[in-house]
Design a protein around this ligand. Structure first.
Ligand code: FAD
Ligand code: FES
Length: 266
C-alpha cells in the first residue's frame, strides 16, 4: 500500500452518467491487481471521512484509471478535476480477484453498474477469455461492452426496460446460457455489482457447485482496516466471524459469505 500524489492525465465522459479519471500514479499502478481499489482524497470534503473508494478500472504503465458515477458530494467535487490537478491516493487496497482460472473451468464475469470496472481490469489479465454478463436498468447503464468485445470476450446484455439486450435481470441470460450447456457447465464466476445480483449468483453457485468470486461493496471510512465501518459476516474454518471488507476483501469466495438472511454454504 502506498500514499501517492499524482496528476490528472485525463478526465473523460463514459456514456452519459459516468466519467473516467486517469491519474499518473507509478507506484500504485505497478503493484495493482484486478479487484483492488484506491481511496481517493477529495479535497472539497470537510468531514471526518475525506476519502472515497473506487475500484481500479485500468492500469496502463504508470497511469491508473477509475470509472465513476456522480452520486453525491465527493464524486460531484471530483467532476471538476482537470488535467494537471494533483490528487492524493491511497492504494492499492484490498485483496483482489484470483487472476487464474481453475483447471477445466470457463471464466464467467457478471457485472452490474460500475461493477464492470474491476472486471474489465480482470479481463485484461485472465489467461483465458470467456463471457461477460452485464446488466442495468436502462441502455445508458451498460458500460464498456465494446471494450470487452475488443479484448475477445463474448458479451450478453440485459436491461430491465429492454432498451438493450434481453429484457429483465442479468441472471436471466446467465440462467439461459447455463441451461443451454446442459450438464456440461463448468463456470468459474467473478462478479461485482449490487447486493441483490451478488446474492442471486451465490445461490446459483451453491446449487451448481461452482466457484464464484464475489466483490462486495460496503460504505467505507478509513479503507485500511482501522475503523470497522465495513464489517461483513463470513464463515472461516466452520466458524462465523466478522471481517473487514476493505482489508480481508473486497473479494470473497461465495461459499464464505453470510448474507443478511443468514444464508451461506457451510
Ligand atoms: C470497494 C469499493 C469500490 C467502489 N468502486 C466504485 C467504482 O469503481 N465506481 C463508482 O462510481 N463507485 C464505486 N464505489 C462507490 C463509491 O465509493 C461511492 O459512490 C462514493 O464513495 C460516493 O461518494 P460521494 O461523496 O459522492 O457520495 P455521498 O455523498 O457520500 O453519498 C451519496 C450516495 O451514494 C451512496 N453511497 C456512498 N458510498 C456508497 C457505496 N460504497 N456503495 C453504494 N452506495 C454508496 C450513499 O448512500 C448516498 O446515497 C466503490 C465503493 C467501494 C466500497
Ligand atoms: S473502512 Fe475502515 S475498517 Fe474498513
Amino acid at each position: 500500500m502506498q500514499l501517492e500524489t499524482g496528476n490528472v492525465v485525463s478526465h473523460d465522459s463514459e456514456g452519459t452518467l459516468y466519467r473516467v479519471l486517469t491519474l499518473e500514479l507509478p507506484n500504485i499502478s505497478s503493484n495493482a491487481v484486478p479487484g483492488q481499489f484506491v481511496h481517493l482524497r477529495v479535497s472539497a470534503l470537510q468531514d471526518a471521512v475525506l476519502r472515497r473508494p473506487f475500484s481500479i478500472y485500468r492500469v496502463d504503465g504508470k497511469n491508473l484509471s477509475i470509472l465513476y458515477k456522480n452520486v453525491g458530494r465527493g464524486t460531484s467535487s471530483m467532476c471538476t478535476l482537470r488535467p494537471g490537478d494533483a490528487v492524493n491516493v491511497l492504494g492499492p487496497l484490498g485483496n483482489g480477484f484470483p487472476t487464474a482460472v481453475s483447471s477445466g473451468k470457463f471464466p464467467v464475469l457478471v457485472a452490474g453498474g460500475y461493477g464492470v470496472a474491476p472486471l474489465y481490469f480482470l479481463a485484461t489479465r485472465l489467461p483465458v477469455k470467456g463471457v461477460l454478463f452485464v446488466g442495468g436498468a436502462r441502455a445508458r447503464d451498460i458500460l464498456l461492452n465494446d471494450r470487452f468485445k475488443a479484448l475477445g470476450w463474448n458479451v450478453c446484455i440485459a436491461t430491465e426496460d429492454g432498451s438493450l439486450g434481453t429484457r429483465g435481470r442479468v441472471t436471466e441470460p446467465f440462467d439461459a446460457w447455463i441451461q443451454s450447456l446442459g450438464g456440461d457447465a463448468k463456470p468459474e464466476i467473478f462478479a461485482c455489482g449490487p447486493n441483490g445480483m451478488l446474492k442471486a449468483l451465490c445461490d446459483r453457485a451453491r446449487q451448481g457447485g461452482w466457484n464464484a468470486w464475489i466483490s462486495l461493496d460496503r460504505h467505507m471510512g478509513c479503507g485500511v482496516g482501522a475503523c470497522l465501518a465495513c464489517i461483513q459476516r463470513v464463515v472461516m474454518e466452520g466458524q462465523e466471524v466478522l471481517v473487514r471488507v476493505c482489508k480481508e476483501g473486497p473479494v470473497f469466495e461465495s461459499r464464505t459469505i453470510v448474507w443478511e438472511d443468514g444464508n451461506h454454504e457451510a
